[in-house]
Design a protein around this ligand. Sequence first.
Ligand SMILES: [Fe+2]
Length: 323
Amino acid sequence: MVASLTSEELTFFKRFGYLIKPAALAPEVCEQLLERMWESAPASLSRQDPETYGILPEHEWSADPLRTISKDKWQYRALGTEPLLIDIMTQSALFVWAEQLLGQGKVRRPTLGGKPMGHSGPAWPGGPVDPQITDGARGIYATLPNPELASAEDGLHTDGHPFHFGVVCLLEDCPPEAGAFKVWPGSHRRFQPLFPMPYDQARVPFYEHLPSHKGLVHPDAYLAEVKRVETDTPPVDAFGKQGDIILWHHRLGHMAGHHKAQSRTIRQALLFDYNHIDLDRQRCQPTPQDMWTDWSAELREANTALTPDFLISQRLPQALYET
Ligand SMILES: [Fe+2]
């Protein structure tokens, strides 16, 4: 029997836009996913030899959207609709929690054996892959140690595709500052009203003969708020143990953490999104005053005092307790 999210957890998710849940996936499930992931490893990496965990040689880089390899990242998307991943999305505790957030019977189900993210190439030439164009998960993303990032600054973004909330599952232990997802608590409430559309972000079409202007349009008010959030809000590093997960709201500021190479580890994470079955209608509405209007009654009504122990368990910086 899966333990439901508590009213305190739901209240926290609304207020701060994320929720860390330790040990949400069983170790044996994580190990099976890691086995699959390593079948797609760049040749210079040896699972048994952490000395090989580092910057990848340029001849191994690949722009293939189904298996993207760059200097310090290896992202495998081709497996996104395989049974193991679809089972996690639909049969595990995570689906129970997704239904708590969006409503019973309101979570769009992925399609076993469907098309994975990346099958249709990038969203525009030279652009990123669109995570909404998948019948399953985003895939498994690995971040390698990169000593060049030892003093790199954190910087947030929000995702430009429509969805409701994302999930990042750590498949292996991941220490602090080693590539785990980072979030800016509470930023979802500040960014949400700044977009004219409740889920989408406007895009400029790509024309081959007019190549300079393309991709996502960032409203000025949004860019100014990004700067303010980066200045006044310390991010939370969602490091953790194998099987730990984080749920995060679609308008929450976040980043794939820098792996500062203080440890010979690879951040391996399964990523996917949950969507409401009615997203096609919801995305056509004007941005609502009440940002939870499309979510479950249970979530909307959650209003519980947050205990100090709980806030500590979520690693919320003390400066944000009263925000
Ligand atoms: Fe993102």
